[in-house]
Design a protein. Sequence first.
Lengths: 289, 255
Amino acid sequence: MLQLLLAGVAQGCVYALVALGFVLIYKATETVNFAQGDLMMLGGFFALTASVMLGWPYWATILFAVAAMAAVGMLIERVVLRPVLGQPAFTVVMITIGVGYVLRGVVTMIPGWGTDTYTFPTPFADGTFKFGEVIFAEQQVAVIVMTAALVAVLYVFFRYSKLGVAMQATSQNQLAAAYMGIPVRRVNMMIWGLSAGVAAFAGILLAPATFVHSNMGFIGLKAFPAAVVGGFGSVPGAIVGGLIIGLVEAFAGRYMPEGFKDIAAYVVVLAVLMIKPSGIFGETARKKV
Amino acid sequence: MNILELANVEASYGPVRALRGVTLAVPKGKIVTVLGANGAGKSTILKTISGIIDPNKGQIRFAGEEIQRRDPAWIVRRGIGHVPEGREVFPLLTVDENLRMGAYTRGDAAGIAQDLEMVYAYFPILKERFRQEAGLLSGGQQQMLAISRALLSRPKLMLMDEPSLGLSPLLTREIFRIIGLINRQQGMTILLVEQNANMALEVADYGYVLEVGRIVMEDTCKRLLEKEDVQEFYLGMKAQGVRGQRRWKKKKQWR
């Protein structure tokens, strides 16, 4: 039982991070970035390259993958999305879906990456340790601890740094942010970078469990409900939503009939939306337009 | 000396022309007001100065430098603070964070702290609420916050867009009293756009009347207050009798 809980939370952490990426971009630019999962996949491949092909240590791998993906995220915003600024939301969403497809395609074309599935080594290996009755898998504990650490860092960043507050300000009122002298476009670009960096982090955490392959980005389809459950546009909501989906999946996989696990996330979404249409942490008072 | 000069500025929203050649000047240290009805283009003037809208034609000179078609952030750094219409505070940030965003372009912590004290002296209520989310403030308090936030960029010129919007007459009076104070005590130059012509003409030194994107009248506020047309159309003081015919003719003359 407790073990199941742990597995659920660990899986939920990954959903939470991908959902966080959705939410950051949505809040800032009112765009749903459907390429979020594919950004995570690309981050996984960057990490794989650094760690397996270049033999870098784990921590350097994380730094490299996050930084590289942040750059990719900013590049995507600058090159692909800024030119369509002001176009209908539908256009922008289609473009993000396109970006996802392109990323998936490009990855399979790169020599050494391709369509194969790779294992991703970590210093946590497959060890376990016992604490009372429960057996902890080191892997899962590491995922939870690292997610908590990243969330703490992000919290401090958004709460106390000037740039973090400026990002919040921009996402709450772009016009007013411009009047304050905040370079709105550059801030939006940095939010894309941040979001892609978080995605890379999620990819690294997910990689040992699911291996690295060009379709690992489809986990975005699970993280999306997580963001919806939490109330799209709420950062704490994304994290809680991710954990809920992770837990529900873990328990559904154990106690429910075969196959239910994969639809459990969507059942949760339906249930939550029926009870509270704006999601758990959804803003009840929408910002004034 | 004029700190701000607009020369034949034309601007449009798509095919709709909002400004049809506006020329005006704001002397340093004065309050200049632009009066006009809904849709006359008052806000558009301010947005064009701030760089939110690019003019199609004309020049905007600020402190001797042409600033049209520049990036809004660049213009803020030059020293133009904007108090937007409808206040536009950051609803989920605290009062304190809102004010610090006003100081976004600045790096001098000591100066910012000093200016925070200054705005708290003008608006003590903000100091009481400084940890509260701005979205939970009342309309009047949000207006105070919007003015303070613009002050924190330590501007040379403040653009104020309808500070009386949605406020009670009493609060409006209070806000305008403080606008006058800021002008006198800080030597702040202010370009004020208002529908409440009474209040605006009382506090300002010089006034322009804008109609459908054109300046149709300009004078010192004292003399504007005495003009029959202004009294009739903007101050609501109807001349005796309902001589509709004559009124219409007068209105036509302005176009």
